[in-house]
Design a protein around this ligand. Structure first.
Ligand code: EPU
Length: 355
């Protein structure tokens, strides 16, 4: 049923040693489309490539930057670290468990293409996460989520090269310590792990994940009461196309800030002053605030500073209006943080990694 490339996850007996590229333009390797250069870059096709790399003492000693689809980072200058561009291909179905279909995917596969292929091949469960930019290896790093679903809910384990132990290791769901846009990989020493492959667990008893207003409205508008996975996939794709800029057209990294979480008292105080504030109660009595609403209410939706901007249709997204430097985008991000802090007393935290 699937393309078979997963052999490269193991049993890789290519004789050829790895290749290093020098002074590499990175503009096409980050979805912000920022023009930075990497001093040295290596394309990683398998864990074996990393094993070979680590046998070279000079290279092994260099600081590293692990790069996937480049959809969750902002380059603010040229990259001195050794860039490991993770291009591990392949997708294969593993022996199912009693409750779940199990699919192993190489870290270099495009996330959306995998979601689409699985939905089309009667392996639903990821449709709410359609059209999220980036590659599969990056999905666990920030525990991607959208429309009521997070990767953690469809995840079994992953294989990663551990540069501390110099070995390929398996990390389970619990090991990955997933949280809201958060995981072990954001807290460990940067560059400790290079994710090589992930194993997804898709419930054999599929149930639609509903309850997200935008999706429910889109389904209602199409007169769909009991949606199939493909209907949700189509709805999510349509909503994202309407609200979020396509990185192939307008450089961006999705939501630039996390939705901040505040205590109940703070939320109540804000609602008193700003009755239209959008917020969601969390278990434990805290509240998640819609950062897009805060930024819009701070008057910054659609703002332009130099060649950087706040997206017109979704204020949580910063965009490259053409030729912006990482520094320009970062300066705008700082301005957004300062204005939101001043008006609401809430600190916004960037979601992408700033390099
Ligand atoms: N809102 C505004 N103004 C704006 C943007 C949003 O008032 O400019 C309000 C909306 O009206 C809505 C609320 O804020 O009531 C939430 O907006 P939306 O449903 O668009 O979702 P979000 O909270 O802005 C989050 C994720 C997105 C994900 C969507 C859908 C984060 C940081 N972002 O955005 O993820 O697609 O929910 O689930 O959690 C990403 O991480 O890159 C990303 C795009």
């Amino acid at each position: 049923m699937y393309r078979d490339g997963a052999a490269s996850l193991e049993n890789d007996n290519r004789a050829m040693a790895f290749v290093l590229e020098h002074d590499v333009p990175m503009q096409a390797l980050n979805t912000f489309g920022v023009a930075a250069r990497a001093r040295t870059l290596m394309r990683v096709r398998s864990a074996q490539d990393l094993a070979e790399l680590m046998r070279e003492p000079v290279l092994a000693a260099r600081p590293r930057l692990i790069l996937g689809g480049g959809s969750n980072l902002l380059f603010t200058g040229d990259v001195e670290a050794l860039v490991l561009k993770i291009d591990v291909p392949g997708m294969r179905e593993l022996e199912p468990s009693e409750t779940h279909w199990r699919v192993e995917v190489g870290a270099g596969e495009n996330w959306h293409a995998v979601v689409e292929q699985l939905v089309q091949n009667d392996r639903p469960g990821l449709e709410n996460l359609a059209l999220i930019p980036g590659n599969c290896g990056a999905a666990p790093v920030q525990n991607i989520g959208a429309y009521g679903l997070e990767l953690a809910e469809r995840f079994e384990s992953l294989q990663a090269w551990d540069f501390e132990r110099n070995a390929l290791v398996t990390l389970t769901l619990a090991d990955c310590r997933f949280g809201y846009r958060d995981s072990l990989f954001k807290h460990e020493a940067p560059g400790r792990y290079a994710i090589i492959a992930i194993t997804l667990a898709l419930p054999r008893q599929w149930q639609a994940v509903r309850g997200y207003l935008d999706v429910d409205n889109a389904l209602k508008a199409r007169g769909i009461g009991a949606p199939a996975a493909g209907d949700i996939f189509d709805a999510v794709v349509a909503i994202r196309r309407r609200k979020l800029p396509d990185p192939a057209v307008v450089g961006n990294a999705g939501s630039f800030f996390k939705n901040p979480v505040v205590p109940r008292e703070k939320q109540a105080e804000l609602v008193r002053h700003f009755p239209s504030l959008v917020s969601y109660p969390l278990p434990g009595g805290r509240y998640k605030l819609a950062a897009g609403w805060l930024i819009e209410a701070a008057g910054l939706k659609g703002a332009t500073r130099g060649r950087a901007g706040v997206y017109e249709k979704q204020a949580l997204v910063l965009v490259n209006r053409g030729g912006a430097t990482g520094g320009e985008i970062l300066a705008l991000a700082r301005e957004v943080q300062a204005k939101v802090a001043e008006k609401f007393g809430v600190q916004l935290e960037p979601e992408p990694v700033i390099v």
